[in-house]
Write a protein that binds this ligand. Structure first.
Ligand code: FAD
Length: 420
């Protein structure tokens, strides 16, 4: 459904900017280009067959049936045509010829570009256990995944095993409980959220899920997905125990979707490497969002990938500016959120390599903040129901405050802004 651009530079089959991926990064790149005054032709190519939508609700309000699809669209459908941004949906880019400045599509056609922005995100990491390909095993990455889970629930699924205690697994578990399912959550590590949060937050969420009726199993592996006639009937754990279920929801991370870029010669081992303005090592090709490995100033310039709306959005803005000639280095405070039950978590900064934590408030009140310190310097905040701490903590991180009085920091009665 290619629509001819109306801009003077547009020739059929050739676009000024081609964006691969219609998720958070891709959509924002197109929006930001127009905001920056770009008047050349823009084409977005995406595997999703529906216009750009938000992913976070897929494990929250959309999965719970509380928000219809129209309310999770990044912009109303009409917006894209109004801004003269063309969408080619349901199409995958399979190859890139960076010297010829063309991308090849799954149907064999070729499309030319002046600048290419790759915002391919990631594919869910697949479960490798025997039986994992059966009907009733679900992932949560795109709208189709969430719709398939909803359909299974509507068809009467009542017992779920969630594999993976990261944010997506925990959020899915919370929604399934809310919808009345029996839920068992399996995590291989000794605590949930082990890769992204400290002990205090992990223990709090484990307890909360247990209080809500989730059977949380830590340090537990999956031996096999059991089934009958190709349909899931249970999960055999590495202890030999079997948990009977009607569905398995897997949330064990993503694999960056960068195959064509790497095959074309772009550098990268964990995703694709980008520089301070999100350029890959291939001429005129940028990469943003979940798949972009970059040196992050809020992690002492460690090369990392961030999987968050903030990162996709702010990298998109960096690239749009760079294409318009304003080469400002990517420098944005990382932030994230997670909703589970009635709890709202907001995080600011990156807790990588923290060597100390300070707890503000009491988790028993379901309202508290964990401050992460590195050599005495605050580097991240996890705020559960403490909006003020989140706002003021962000300011502290942005200001780069080197040292704070630990005792004052631990006192929830002392506003963080007084420690700035
Ligand atoms: P995506 O939004 O994933 O978009 C990538 C797009 O590229 C996809 O549409 C994909 O189909 C397409 N694509 C890939 N390869 C090709 C190809 N070869 N050709 C064409 N198209 C291609 N973040 C938060 O900050 N807070 C949250 O609460 C939160 N919750 C989440 C809940 C869920 C269930 C999920 C899945 C993610 C959540 N995230 C959350 C993460 C956030 O959604 C991602 O970080 C963000 O979407 C990244 O944007 P992106 O553009 O890099 O990738």
């Amino acid at each position: 459904m290619e629509r001819e651009g109306s801009t003077p530079d547009h020739v059929p089959g050739h676009w000024d900017v081609v964006i691969v991926g219609t998720g958070h990064g891709g959509a924002q790149a197109a929006i930001a280009l127009r905001q920056q005054g770009h008047d050349g032709s823009i084409l977005m190519i995406g595997r999703d067959s529906v216009p750009p939508y938000e992913r976070p609700p897929l494990s929250k309000e959309y999965l719970a049936g509380e928000k219809p699809f129209e309310r999770i669209m990044i912009r109303p459908e009409k917006f894209w045509a109004d801004k003269d941004i063309s969408l080619m949906l349901g199409s995958a880019v399979t190859e890139i010829d960076w010297m010829a400045h063309t991308v090849m599509l799954s149907d064999g056609s070729a499309i030319g570009y002046r600048k290419l922005i790759w915002s391919g995100g990631g594919d869910p990491r697949r479960l490798s256990s025997t039986g994992a390909n059966q009907k009733g095993v679900y992932y949560v990455r795109d709208k189709r995944d969430a719709d398939a889970i909803r359909a299974a629930l509507d068809a009467g699924a009542k017992r779920a095993v969630v594999i993976g205690g990261g944010y997506i697994g925990l959020e899915a578990a919370a929604v399934l409980r809310k919808l009345g399912c029996e839920v068992t959550l399996i995590e291989a590590l000794p605590r949930v959220l082990a890769r992204v949060a400290g002990e205090e937050l992990s223990r709090f969420y484990e307890e909360e899920h247990r209080r809500q009726g989730v059977d949380v199993r830590l340090e537990t592996g999956v031996e096999e997905i059991l089934g009958e006639d190709g349909k899931v009937t249970g999960v055999e754990l590495d202890s030999g125990e079997t948990i009977e279920c009607d569905m398995v929801v897997v949330g064990i991370g993503i694999v960056p979707a960068v195959g064509p870029l790497i095959a074309a010669g772009a550098a990268g081992s964990n995703g694709v490497d980008v520089d301070f303005i999100c350029r890959t090592t291939l001429d005129d090709i940028y990469a943003i969002g979940d798949c972009a490995a970059h040196a992050n100033p809020f992690a002492d310039n460690a090369v990392i990938r961030l999987e968050s709306v903030q990162n996709a959005h702010d990298m998109a803005n960096t690239v749009a500016k760079a294409i318009m000639g304003d080469k400002q280095p990517y420098h944005a405070l990382p932030w994230f959120w997670s909703n589970q039950y009635d709890l709202k978590l907001q995080t600011a900064g990156l807790s990588l390599d923290y060597d100390d934590t300070v707890l503000r408030g009491d988790p028993a009140d379901r309202k508290f903040t964990v401050v992460y310190l590195k050599e005495g310097k605050p580097i991240a905040f996890d705020c559960v129901g403490t909006m003020k701490d989140y706002v003021q903590g962000r300011k502290m991180l942005e200001a780069g405050v080197e040292r704070v009085d630990r005792e004052l920091l631990a006192d929830p009665e002392v506003p963080l802004k007084e420690l700035l």
